[in-house]
Design a protein around this ligand. Structure first.
Ligand code: ADP
Ligand code: MG
Length: 656
């Protein structure tokens, strides 16, 4: 039991189950990179300072006459404690209980599961999930938080926990506003009392926190400079005094001229924004300053991989909005189109009012201008990446391709620019191809961009729909992402060439007049068979016709109307969406031996009716399989195939 000496008895509270889980994980499973606790506590202190500064815009009294905004760190060797203090917004008693006893963000449970599943031992991930505070227990076995909320009449409370299952909260002595967190370091974590270790960690992880981070350091007393003894130790008489020294840069990186910023500084700031592990660098960035009627600066990063939040379906905290260097919004979605929700960065406006609300942002013409510029610069950066570092672009495409396609499908304004960023696998070989490259190598006489949508590259490569295109040497884009359905629908053309699906009825690859005439002749010649097929298949198909897209297979099904491709339709249905079954046209290959014999059989009239009906059913089922669709009556299919095989084997035994 903690031995509190405060007047009122401390109240004991149980941690929410999720917090207990987090604590268990922090103490027992996360071994590497324990030092990130400092980054997390500094980040919370910085948030608290931002919060106060923001609230004080409308309520200046909150400062109570002292506008100092700072973070102070001090180590006490004798007690083995490390203290992080801020002059920020502080927490009331209720806030101490709820903020440090429950996990507010809904994805944290998912985070735990992910970490456990992957056997991750890496503590660096913790800050991304709104549970950064508990990282204190990576290095401490007891944590005390004394906090006084800003504002007249507020009193201080102390929160204490040894990370068992409970914490206590009791009244405390503290007159200054803000929060003071004291870590009782574990025996094997005393390295965090070392001045140089602390300096190094702040530099490494928190250099770009925009508030001063001050470290209590021992210095020779005033006037004693240079009074060190010849052996380098401090000369007697010059007593060391402790004073706070600012150890971070505390400046707005995005306001500095590009030429003065090193690659490493850019990356460091990215890691600060994204809570990203050391060593991780963004794949691209855009740093811009706009001057004129509207003034703002932006520094936007494209991560190398999908942010964890997006992978587990959480909301991603992307772009921060500052107004004249003051942070006014953590996640300003008004500045970022849906399809760019993977970016990370800051926008700093000189024109927006400091007390801007979401409602105001949504109406603001200034915001529209900023958003436009932001998108333009990110697209510039992606285009440069694609042309200058195609291998890196391939990595970005893998991570964000589906989102960029969503942009093509949903954002008319950027459709054409985004189309240039699209990459697809094709029948021409492994690797992704841009639409521009596809068009460049189109065959003589080819007047459209052909594509097919299905479950996998393998399924598509074997699809009968592609046979005729292949024979002509036409390349086909192989699309396996359901969003491609909408991306291609809204794109329709690229560089003046139509995008045409190899699986739709409107594919026409008959090039010459002779071919067209031949097709009409086929239709007439196959008339009796077609009549039979219509009678047997009924409303399962809307039409039957000779095909110009088949060379080796006897039949295939094509999409009659504008509905989604079979694969996408099935996915939608599996997802519980009520999609009408889109109608199919059965296409037959007039040259195929099966079709020829069927034609002959059908012309003989009723004599072989049952036999012909079986063949038709088998052809239809086979076309379904080729489309990747399930067979409607698997038992009937098996029975018919067996019967047909029996006939064939009898016939071959008879002739042998
Ligand atoms: P996050 O910072 O992502 O919200 P944390 O676990 O780091 O998650 O912190 C939980 C909450 O505790 C914060 O959202 C904040 O409300 C509160 N908190 C933590 N540290 C401080 C502090 N120094 N001053 C004020 N509030 C704090
Ligand atoms: Mg935090």
């Amino acid at each position: 039991m903690p031995e509190e000496t405060a007047a009122a008895a401390p109240a004991t509270h149980a941690f929410q189950a999720e917090v207990s889980q987090v604590l268990h994980l922090v103490i027992h499973s996360l071994y590497s990179h324990k030092e990130i606790f400092l980054r997390e506590l500094v980040s919370n202190a910085s948030d608290a300072l931002d919060k106060l500064r923001f609230r004080a815009l409308t309520e200046p009294d909150l400062f109570e006459g002292d506008t100092t905004l700072a973070i102070r760190i001090r180590a006490d060797r004798d007690r083995g404690t490390l203290t992080i203090e801020d002059t920020g917004a502080g927490m009331t008693e209720e806030e101490l209980v709820s903020d440090l006893g429950t996990v507010a963000r809904s994805g944290s449970k998912a985070f735990l599961e992910q970490l456990a599943q992957r056997g991750q031992k890496d503590a660096r991930l913790i800050g991304q999930f709104g549970v950064g505070f508990y990282s204190a227990y990576l290095v401490a076995d007891r944590v005390e938080v004394v906090s006084r909320a800003a504002g007249a009449g507020q009193v201080a409370h102390v929160w204490v926990s040894e990370a068992k299952d409970t914490f206590t909260v009791a009244p405390a002595e503290r007159t200054a506003r803000g929060t003071e967190i004291t870590l009782h370091l574990r025996e094997d974590q005393k390295e965090f009392l070392d001045e140089w270790r602390l300096r190094d960690l702040v530099k490494r992880y928190s250099d770009y926190v925009s508030h001063p981070i001050q470290l209590l350091v021992r210095k020779g007393s005033k006037g004693s400079k240079g009074s060190k003894g010849s052996d380098g130790t401090e000369a007697s008489g010059a007593e060391a005094v402790a004073e706070y020294e600012t150890i971070n840069r505390a400046s707005a990186l995005w306001q500095r001229p590009k030429g003065e910023i090193t690659e490493e500084q850019y990356s460091e700031f990215y890691r600060h924004l994204a809570h990203a592990p050391e060593g991780e660098a963004p794949i691209a960035r855009a740093h811009f300053k706009v001057e004129g009627t509207q003034e703002f600066a932006g520094l936007i990063y494209v991560p190398r991989d999908k942010p964890f939040e997006l992978r587990i379906g959480m909301k991603h905290r992307g772009v921060r909005l500052y107004v004249k260097r003051v942070l006014v919004m953590e996640d300003c979605e008004e500045l970022v189109p849906e399809w760019l929700r993977f970016i990370v960065g800051v926008i700093d406006s000189d024109d927006l009012p400091l007390n801007v609300s979401r409602d105001v942002l949504q109406q603001s013409p200034a915001v529209r201008t900023i958003k436009k510029q932001l998108v333009k610069h990110v697209l510039d950066a992606l285009e440069a990446l694609a042309s200058e570092r195609p291998d890196d672009y391939a990595v970005a495409w893998k991570a964000f391709g589906p989102l960029l396609k969503q942009g093509v499908a949903s954002d008319f304004e950027y459709k054409d620019r985004l189309a240039k960023l699209l990459r697809y696998e094709t029948t021409a070989g492994e690797g992704n191809v841009s639409l521009a490259d596809y068009v460049k190598r189109m065959k003589e006489g080819q007047d459209a961009i052909y594509y097919a949508i299905g479950e996998s590259r393998r399924a598509l490569e074997g699809a009968p729909h592609l046979e005729g295109l292949r024979k002509r040497g036409y390349e086909v884009l192989l699309m396996t992402d359901p969003i491609d359905e909408w991306a291609t629908e809204s794109l329709r053309t690229f560089e003046g060439k139509n995008l045409v699906s190899a699986m739709r009825a409107d594919l026409k690859i008959d090039a010459t007049d002779e071919e067209k005439t031949a097709r009409i002749a086929d239709t007439e010649a196959l008339g009796p068979l077609f009549a039979r097929i219509r009678a047997v298949l009924g409303d399962r198909i809307t039409e039957v016709r000779p095909s110009d897209r088949l060379t080796d297979s006897p039949a295939c099904l094509v999409l009659a109307s504008g509905g989604p491709h079979g694969y996408v339709e099935r996915l939608l249905r599996e997802a519980g969406r009520d999609v009408p079954k889109s109608s199919r046209i059965l296409e037959l290959n007039p040259e195929h031996p099966i079709v020829r014999s069927l034609k002959t059989l059908a012309e003989r009239g009723e004599r072989d009716a049952a036999h012909v009906a079986d063949w038709i059913e088998v052809l239809y089922d086979q076309a379904l399989v080729a489309e990747g669709a399930p067979i409607e009556d698997p038992n009937g299919f098996a029975r018919r195939i067996t019967a047909l095989l029996a006939q064939v084997s009898q016939a071959s035994a008879g002739t042998a």
